[in-house]
Design a protein around this ligand. Structure first.
Ligand SMILES: NC(=O)c1ccc[n+]([C@@H]2O[C@H](COP(=O)([O-])OP(=O)(O)OC[C@H]3O[C@@H](n4cnc5c(N)ncnc54)[C@H](OP(=O)(O)O)[C@@H]3O)[C@@H](O)[C@H]2O)c1
Ligand code: HEM
Length: 471
């Protein structure tokens, strides 16, 4: 049965924000306060003019769903004295503990102390700000955990009514993980950001040494010219770091002769940060593109432009007009073209990783974009850099070419591509495919047949033949 009246204990920021959305969506809201006579809610916000504020015990009688908008440390001391009035209610614990303790969570304590109530944990990942500002700012996803599916459905219905999306996490034993969610300040970005910073730092040191100490370029060339090289090198290195772990995972699976063994911990973590590394590569490549466009000219890239020489006759006395037509030569055109395609493909992956787009992609399309298009993008990036180096590699001393940033930055990406190509060769590709379809080394062949058929059939029906490790 759908609930149209809700009680919220507490009259603070969260309670008022939730009330605003509930009232806007036609809910009857009653707030429970320690001092109802002093809480003139409608004076604080005209949107809350229909909201009644009662004493906590009186308030809970107004609905079967009671949101606990009070500090986590006060939940027990508030609810225990009114235990009898709470019989049969759904208690929604929205709290985020001030300090993480090792013992039971508030929701688990509620389950223990209020066996006649259903406890739901949720809403704690939302901020009062995002609730109040509506769809436009902050997350609109509510995570719910409860031991009662009926109670979860009641609370989920309320959440959906006010425009929130629900993710049901499981029973109350998952509440600790739910409380950890808002604490993950970097949400999976911490290590990838550190890695990106390290890559940038490395190339910055090398680029500065190479061009401003070893080669004595003028210092004023550092912000655009040198940084452009650094950004390009960082982009291609991060791109390689994004695709390398997929191939290493494939080698581990080939070595194990099974896909059922866990990957080494560091490889597992590396696999999980590929999306972030890819996005950091895209950001670096975009900066590189902007910086390139800002200074691409014969003055900086002599070898990319047709050389025009003008001889002025010695006896010339009158004015002369020279057409300036310093067009790019084929090296410049090809290099920029390849780089632009690489950037385009990288952008398509960036778009595909937006949650709103990812949700609409089935597995096959997602794999096509992330793996196939991604590797083609890497190939274009590698050829973009190679087009810059190769035409001149034999006209310079070998040691000079090897020290060049273009040459050095292309080593890891070329190795990554080579590894991927090797894994596509039938001698490795066929066993890898079998392993990913469920085949295991050392398991009876007849048994393999059953497993293989089952998996293949199920996957064909879904149209989803690829998994994370394949990327
Ligand atoms: N603010 C957010 O963005 C947010 C986001 C997610 C979850 N939460 C959770 O929502 C809960 C409330 O947060 P809030 O930001 O709204 O806090 P708040 O602004 O400090 O409001 C808490 C309210 O609870 C009541 N209260 C305070 N101390 C109490 C006590 N000792 N015993 C009983 N009631 C007491 C007060 O209402 P009366 O004086 O009228 O009784 C007070 O207005 C917390 O558990 C928090 O973790 C907050
Ligand atoms: C995914 C996209 C791209 C990657 C990974 C990439 C990477 C690189 C790398 C590693 C270099 C060699 C740096 C050096 O030693 O000089 C380079 C050079 C260059 N790239 Fe890109 N690039 C990309 C896209 C583009 C685009 C779209 C442009 C378009 C304007 C561009 C223009 C240039 C230029 C002008 C250079 C020469 C820089 C110099 O020598 O000072 N790149 N790129």
């Amino acid at each position: 049965s759908s609930v149209r009246a809700v009680v919220i204990l507490g009259t603070g920021d969260f309670s008022r924000a939730l009330s605003t959305r509930l009232v806007a969506n036609g809910y009857r809201v009653t707030m429970g306060s320690r001092r109802p006579e002093r809480r003139n809610i409608s004076a604080r916000s005209p949107h809350l003019s229909g909201v009644r504020v009662l004493g906590q015990e009186d308030a809970v009688a107004e609905s079967e769903v009671v949101f606990l908008g009070i500090p986590s440390t006060s939940v027990m001391e508030t609810l225990l004295p009114i235990k009898a009035s709470l019989r049969g209610k759904v208690l929604v614990d929205v709290s985020n503990p001030e300090v993480m303790t090792k013992g039971a969570t508030v929701a688990e304590l509620l389950r223990e102390n209020f066996p006649e109530c259903d406890v739901v944990k949720g809403f704690n990942t939302l901020s009062a700000y995002s609730l109040e500002s509506g769809q436009s700012l902050g997350s609109m996803v509510v995570h719910l955990a409860s031991d009662s599916s009926q109670a979860t459905e009641k609370v989920a219905a309320v959440a959906r009514d006010i425009g929130l999306q629900c993710v049901v996490r499981g029973g109350l034993n998952t509440t600790r993980a739910l409380e950890d969610l808002p604490r993950e300040a970097w949400g999976g970005w911490g290590v990838p950001l550190l890695v990106s910073f390290a890559v940038w730092l490395l190339w910055t040191i090398y680029g500065t040494w190479r061009y401003h100490i070893h080669k004595t370029h003028a210092a004023e060339r550092w912000p655009v010219n040198t940084n452009n090289k650094i950004a390009g090198c960082a982009a291609i290195t991060l791109l390689a770091l994004c695709y390398l772990p997929g191939s290493i995972a494939a080698i581990v699976q080939l070595k194990n002769g099974s896909k059922h063994q866990a990957f080494p911990r560091c490889l597992d973590r590396w696999l999980k940060m590929r999306k972030q590394l890819g996005l950091m590569a895209l950001a670096s490549a975009s900066l590189h593109c902007v910086l390139s466009l800002a200074h691409i000219s014969p003055a900086y890239f002599k070898k990319w432009y047709d050389v025009r020489t003008i001889s002025i006759p010695a006896n010339q006395t009158s004015d002369m007009t020279f057409p300036i037509d310093s067009r790019m030569n084929w090296i410049g055109e090809v290099t920029v073209y390849l780089g632009s395609i690489a950037l385009l493909l990288l952008c398509s992956q960036g778009v595909a990783s937006l949650p709103s787009v990812t949700e609409r992609l089935n597995w096959r399309r997602w794999w096509l974009l992330q793996s196939v298009v991604g590797h083609i993008g890497l190939l274009f990036a590698v050829t973009h850099v190679a087009a810059k180096v190769l035409p001149f590699i034999f006209s310079r001393p070998f040691s000079t070419s090897v020290q060049g940033m273009s040459f050095l930055s292309n080593l890891l990406p070329s190795f990554t591509l080579l590894l991927r190509i090797c894994l596509l060769l039938p001698c490795l590709g066929i066993p890898l495919r079998k392993i990913r379809n469920g085949w295991e080394r050392g398991v009876d062949d007849e048994e393999q047949g059953v497993v293989l058929d089952g998996v293949a059939k199920e996957e064909d029906e879904d149209g989803a033949v690829c998994r994370m490790e394949e990327i």
